[in-house]
Design a protein around this ligand. Structure first.
Ligand SMILES: Nc1nc2c(ncn2[C@@H]2O[C@H](COP(=O)(O)OP(=O)(O)OP(=O)(O)O)[C@@H](O)[C@H]2O)c(=O)[nH]1
Ligand SMILES: [Mg+2]
Length: 431
């Protein structure tokens, strides 16, 4: 089964890309999408020989593009000795099947391609399990005789190859069993993570998560701020597994800063599901730093795509600090200024040169300044431990001693609220 999703690189695969220019889209959007697809294909180790598009009202339910167009592209691909055709959308199982018959070679969709890249990048056990699960879930309904039996996989982008029909049922069963096993293993890994997260909570430091489109400069920023040594590279999805480092702000506040996987347009839904656990750092963050590559021509579309994924993982309502990066690549200051103007409390920086980082740290400090509650508490004298703790974590403004209790007016940080909640007797502002 492992062979199914292993990516043994034999030689560079020859790739042809296909996009559709839908009514709702204009030609330049389709071009941009195909350029990004070409980058993804190159990241997966393919050599892009060309691409083709078709104008359509809606995708064809049987063959995505029109059947005639598909046959025309197929003839071209045969002449060019193409071995992989990649469609810039998620194909239905039926479309995959029909297209494979027409092209008579490996047919992949954008989803499979992104999953393939993630599979190459995964380093941790959890990351590997998540990707394999997402790959198999994408594969199961598409398993056809074109997939052949799994022991004869030839590897390469998207893991296709081989032939043979008799094995199909057995293969489906094997895939299903493997999916069950992966699901169980992941549950176990996630329980362990939950325990580790509990450890972080006890440290009581606020958590800031760096999010953004892939290649925006998230890892470069984490490295610049914390001296971490995360791989930062000019490729898509350099980072898969989250890295967390402590950041000490000039105000002496401690913050945990996490670098996470980059987002992309049309991120496969299965992948978002699979990555939900890894993205818990994002969901649980007190502040999101949304890093944007301002030098990218589609910066605005990338911001929108990131917001879509944030909504999908339930992090749409998090406080966000927009970080406009790579200002060193801009022709002038006005361009960065325009980005900042459109977003309140945004900061323009260059993670590469360090420009603007001081302002960024100041803004993080402001946004994470704990909002302390000003309350009155009454604590029995025998709870000396709690009284000591109150002085430790809170700012005591007034104290009075009674027969059974000591009463305080005190500002307490939010993370200590639950501990003192049973003793709170009122709002100190109203007293
Ligand atoms: N000129 C310039 N290049 C930068 C800047 N920040 C990052 N880069 C470059 O942009 C590329 C991507 O940077 P990364 O930090 O790997 O980007 P990322 O957002 O972590 O990307 P993924 O992990 O792939 O999602 C690298 O080649 C960096 O050197 C910057 O401020 N200026
Ligand atoms: Mg990165």
């Amino acid at each position: 089964m492992k062979a199914l999703i292993e990516n043994r690189k034999k030689r560079t695969e020859r790739v042809f890309l296909v996009g559709v220019e839908l009514k709702a889209r204009n030609a330049s959007e389709t071009r941009d999408a195909l350029e990004e697809l070409a980058e993804l294909a190159a990241t997966a180790g393919g050599e892009v020989l060309g691409d083709g598009t078709q104008k359509l009202e809606t995708p064809n339910p049987a063959t995505y593009i029109g059947k005639g167009k598909a046959e025309e592209f197929a003839a071209h691909c045969r002449r060019q000795h193409v071995d992989t055709v990649i469609f810039d959308d998620e194909l239905s199982p039926a479309q995959s099947r029909n297209l494979e018959r027409i092209f008579n070679c490996k047919v992949l969709d954008r989803t499979a391609l992104i999953l393939d890249i993630f599979a190459r990048r995964a380093r941790t056990r959890e990351g590997k399990l998540q990707i394999e699960l997402a790959q198999l879930q994408h594969l199961l309904p598409r398993l056809t005789r074109f997939w052949g039996h799994l022991s004869r996989q030839s590897g390469g982008i998207g893991m296709r190859g081989g032939e043979g029909e008799s094995q199909l049922e057995a293969d489906r069963r094997k895939v299903s069993e493997r999916i069950d096993k992966l699901t169980r293993d992941l549950d176990q890994v996630r329980q362990n993570r939950a325990i580790q997260r509990g450890g972080r909570k006890r440290q009581k430091w606020p958590l800031a998560s760096i999010v953004g489109y892939t290649n925006a400069g998230k890892s470069t920023l984490l490295n610049a701020l914390t001296g971490a040594d995360v791989l930062a590279k000019d490729v898509l999805f350099a980072t898969l597994d989250p890295t967390t480092r402590r950041l000490r702000l000039p105000t002496n506040q401690n913050v945990l800063l996490t670098d996470t996987v980059g987002f992309i347009r049309k991120l496969p839904h299965g992948l978002v599901e699979a990555f939900k656990a890894t993205l818990e750092e994002v969901v649980e963050a007190d502040l999101l730093l949304h890093v944007v590559d301002t030098s990218h021509p589609q910066a605005d579309e990338q911001i929108a795509a990131v917001n879509v994924v944030l909504a999908e993982i339930g992090a749409a309502d998090k406080p966000i600090l927009m970080v406009f990066n790579k200002t060193d690549l801009l022709p002038n200051r006005e361009v960065a200024g325009r980005f900042v103007e459109h977003h309140p409390h945004a900061v323009a920086i260059s993670a590469a040169t360090g420009d603007g980082l001081a302002a960024l740290l100041a803004e993080i400090g402001t946004r994470l300044r704990p909002e302390r509650e000003f309350v009155q508490v009454a604590i029995p004298h025998e709870r000396a431990d709690l009284i000591a703790k109150l002085h430790d974590v809170g700012q005591v403004v007034e104290r009075r001693f009674y027969a059974k209790t000591a009463r305080f007016k005190v500002r307490i940080p939010p993370h200590c609220h639950s501990e003192f909640a049973p003793f709170i007797v009122g709002d100190a502002r109203k007293a």
